[in-house]
Design a protein around this ligand. Structure first.
Ligand SMILES: NC(=O)c1ccc[n+]([C@@H]2O[C@H](COP(=O)([O-])OP(=O)(O)OC[C@H]3O[C@@H](n4cnc5c(N)ncnc54)[C@H](OP(=O)(O)O)[C@@H]3O)[C@@H](O)[C@H]2O)c1
Length: 332
């Protein structure tokens, strides 16, 4: 059995990760950390869960594990020293935050307005999108799990780009996410009274933090408009793309044969578009392709996924399986 540790186990992604790992046949949880609930048990926070003690970050025994998951908010001051220490101790790391997702130092500095705080870790990190970087993830010691919004844009666009079908380099990605995407800590914009029976856009255009990884992985120029849906989980992205004039639906759909053997990507039959309820609580990214004006190449792609599973913790288990040499879909 491989032994793993989870930092930030009481958050939304931490909780989903634990639900997956307790059913994984080749893994056991050696420790779980919390901040406010340190000293309690996991079952004190989530009554149906294990009695695993929750320890503070500094009390976690790194030597007891083969791999750690860091499910901490981006910008957590403990994160970089923790990842550094784990790698020096020969442990493998899957980080959920966006700290290590941008692979080019100049791109990072340009987008964030300052150099990366740990350039040696940035250069060691592999972007954790199995469908695109499977071979590198297998060898990696530090994997930067893909963001949930970026996943909903990169996977639909990448096959069309690879096939040379995208004519207009500027693509519009219009995304809607459930509130769990913002994490469990209390915030004015995400509590029930602020989100129930309303609907809003935020960080529109070119301002969202995760635009960079979408552009890094697709090579496209993206206009991105995220929205907050009054539901708990799921992301649905509507993508407006202009292909080569005259591209038929059959030609556009054929680009996705590169994903034919992917266990978690479902190109829906012609005429079908995915809904959140098709993917909630599943590992699937579901895609629907709709021609709008074939003569000028205009298409709409609708992509849906569960932000906590394929968009976070399920994807992390997929990456862990690759890194530890297990079947990629084990426990999923
Ligand atoms: N939510 C999603 O859909 C999603 C999808 C993809 C990626 N991610 C990324 O995954 C990471 C975790 O997200 P989340 O939604 O699970 O966040 P969350 O619900 O806010 O949970 C964060 C966890 O980290 C702990 N924590 C917070 N600050 C800490 C600190 N300074 N020291 C030690 N522990 C600390 C929290 O403990 P307390 O509860 O005690 O504060 C909690 O256990 C983030 O980087 C996020 O961007 C999230």
């Amino acid at each position: 059995m491989a032994r793993v540790g989870i930092y930030g186990a009481t958050g939304y992604t931490g909780f989903e990760l634990i639900k997956l790992l307790v059913r994984h046949p080749e893994v056991e949880i050696a420790f779980a950390t919390a901040r406010s609930a340190a000293g309690q048990r996991l079952s004190d926070v989530f009554p149906t869960m294990l009695d695993t003690p929750l320890v503070a970050v500094e009390a976690a025994d790194l030597h007891a594990v083969d791999l750690i998951f860091t499910c901490l908010p981006h910008g957590t001051s403990e994160l970089i020293p923790l990842v550094q220490t784990a790698l020096e101790a020969g442990k493998r790391v899957i980080d959920f935050s966006d700290t290590f997702r941008l692979t080019d130092p100049d791109d990072y500095a340009r987008r964030r307005g300052k150099p990366h705080p740990a350039p040696e870790l940035q250069s060691a990190a592999v972007y954790g999108l199995p469908e695109l970087h499977r071979a590198q993830i297998r060898q990696a010691h530090l994997v930067a799990n893909t963001g949930c919004y970026p996943l909903s844009a990169i996977l639909p666009l990448w096959p069309l780009e690879q096939a040379g079908l995208i004519a207009d380099r500027t693509v519009i990605v219009d995304s809607k996410s459930g509130v769990s995407g913002a994490g469990r800590s209390l915030g004015m914009k995400t509590h029930f009274g602020e989100t129930h029976e309303t609907f809003s856009a935020y960080s529109v255009g070119r301002t969202h933090r995760h635009l960079g990884e979408m552009e890094q992985e697709t090579g496209l120029h993206i206009i991105f408009s995220p929205h907050l849906l009054p539901v708990y989980r799921g992301i649905l992205s509507t993508i407006y793309v202009t292909l080569q004039p005259g591209t038929t639906l059959a030609q556009a759909r054929a680009a996705y044969t590169v994903f034919a053997d992917e266990p978690f990507i479902k190109l829906l039959p012609e005429g079908r578009l995915p809904e959140l309820r098709h993917v909630q609580q599943t590992m699937f990214l579901a895609l629907g392709l709709q021609p709008v004006e074939i003569d000028v190449g205009r298409y709409i792609i609708v992509a849906a996924l569960d932000n906590l599973l394929k968009g976070a913790s399920g994807q992390a288990v997929q990456n862990m399986n690759l890194m530890l040499g297990f079947a990629e879909t084990m426990g999923l």
